[in-house]
Design a protein around this ligand. Structure first.
Ligand code: ZN
Length: 374
């Protein structure tokens, strides 16, 4: 049994893998053992995972590489595991070319994506505290009465009040830091640190950890270190203030001949791309006027856009390709001109178009991010 073998073997290699993937993240062609560890952790409920595959548009290891007209197109194109060339289509959204992944023996990369189940992690850890006298001071912060001392256990990933992570508060009691996933921790204190994987893989019991914590006592500041005065490590006010997550908003404006985002010209309104953009804008206004929820804003297929523009002979070349180019150009232009972190879908969103099969896509202006300015 896989599950038991992890617990019994105590192989440090297995524990290292469990530790590495016990976090939100994605791994391309993960190392040996990662998939098995993901199945193990998912069975226990600590994570949810997904496996997907992609091919690279222009990959010199593929047989179609000599025929590719844009050899710099490194777009990663998601491909179904059971892709069948006879009935499935595949094309590159960046350069618009059709791809025959089987005929040209295109290399497939595997992506392992992991989502940590926070609730399960918390309930697992709290189950280890059974029989002890303990108190939860805040999310990810526990005070445990052990051998006439109070030991603090801090799980930084779960901590919502960062003041618990300041040197002042970490030096009140003997303290243990429990990490999830491999992270580069730069500590100012000689803080006793273990990983959640150590507990899950039964490398150490919580009692052993508490004993070591009491033995080590209150963490000391590291000798011969000083705080960096620049804002690399921002200071934390000790009085707790609720952080407000920033909301991403982009302003859409028409200025003269240009369609602008945050005052930056992104599309010429008289160009072919401009025509397509206005079709999407009209649909957006229609949905806006109807007062429907943002989720229901309609995505238009390339065929629908072509019908509304009229006189279109090749929807791939005349509609889809310009849309993909607009998505790319807007992202690049805003990043280059203003340093804004704009994602491909922030202005023109690509969505599965419900009226056809799940493989066909439609486009709409992103109702969650765009606002309009006169
Ligand atoms: Zn491409």
């Amino acid at each position: 049994m896989v599950l038991l073998s992890y617990q019994k073997q105590k192989h440090s290699q297995d524990r290292e893998i469990v530790n590495a993937i016990l976090m939100n993240g994605s791994w391309i062609n993960p190392k040996k053992g990662y998939l098995e560890a993901a199945k193990y952790l998912s069975k226990l409920g600590f994570i949810e995972f997904e496996i997907s595959y992609f091919v690279i548009c222009a990959n010199e290891l593929d047989l179609d590489f000599p025929d590719v007209y844009d050899s710099d197109c490194k777009n990663q194109i998601i491909i179904a595991h059971d892709f069948n060339e006879d009935c499935d289509d595949l094309s590159c959204e960046d350069c618009g070319r059709y791809i025959l992944p089987n005929t040209y023996k295109k290399q497939r990369s595997l992506v392992l994506s992991i989502k940590l189940n926070i609730e399960k992690t918390v309930s697992y850890f709290e189950s280890l505290l059974a029989g002890l006298i303990w108190q939860k001071a805040g999310e990810g912060v526990y005070h445990i009465s052990f051998q006439n001392r109070i030991v603090s256990i801090v799980i930084p990933v779960l901590c919502t009040d960062t003041s618990y992570l300041t040197a002042d508060r970490l030096r009140i009691n003997p303290t243990v830091l429990i990490t999830l996933g491999t992270r580069d921790l730069k500590l100012l204190l000689n803080l006793y640190t273990i990983s959640m994987a150590d507990l899950i893989c039964k490398h150490e019991t919580l009692k052993e950890v508490l004993l070591t914590a009491v033995e080590k006592g209150i963490p000391e500041l590291l000798p011969n270190v000083s705080l960096q005065a620049l804002n690399y490590y921002p200071y934390v006010p000790l009085q707790y203030a609720q952080p407000i997550p920033p909301e991403k908003i982009l302003q859409l404006q028409i200025q003269g001949n240009n369609i602008c985002i945050n005052n930056i010209e992104v599309i010429d309104k008289h160009s072919k791309s401009g025509n397509i953009f206005f079709i999407l804008l009209e649909q957006f206004w229609q949905d806006f006027k109807e007062g429907i929820s943002k989720e229901q804003y309609k995505a238009l297929s390339v065929g629908e856009i072509a019908n509304r523009i009229g006189n279109i002979f090749d929807v791939e070349q005349q509609i889809r390709k310009p849309i993909n180019r607009m998505q790319k150009n807007i992202t690049e232009k805003l990043a280059k001109t203003s340093g804004l972190n704009v994602k491909r879908d922030d202005v023109i969103q690509t969505l599965p178009w419900s009226a056809m099969s799940g493989k066909e896509y439609g486009y709409r202006l992103n109702p969650f991010i765009l606002i309009f300015r006169k």
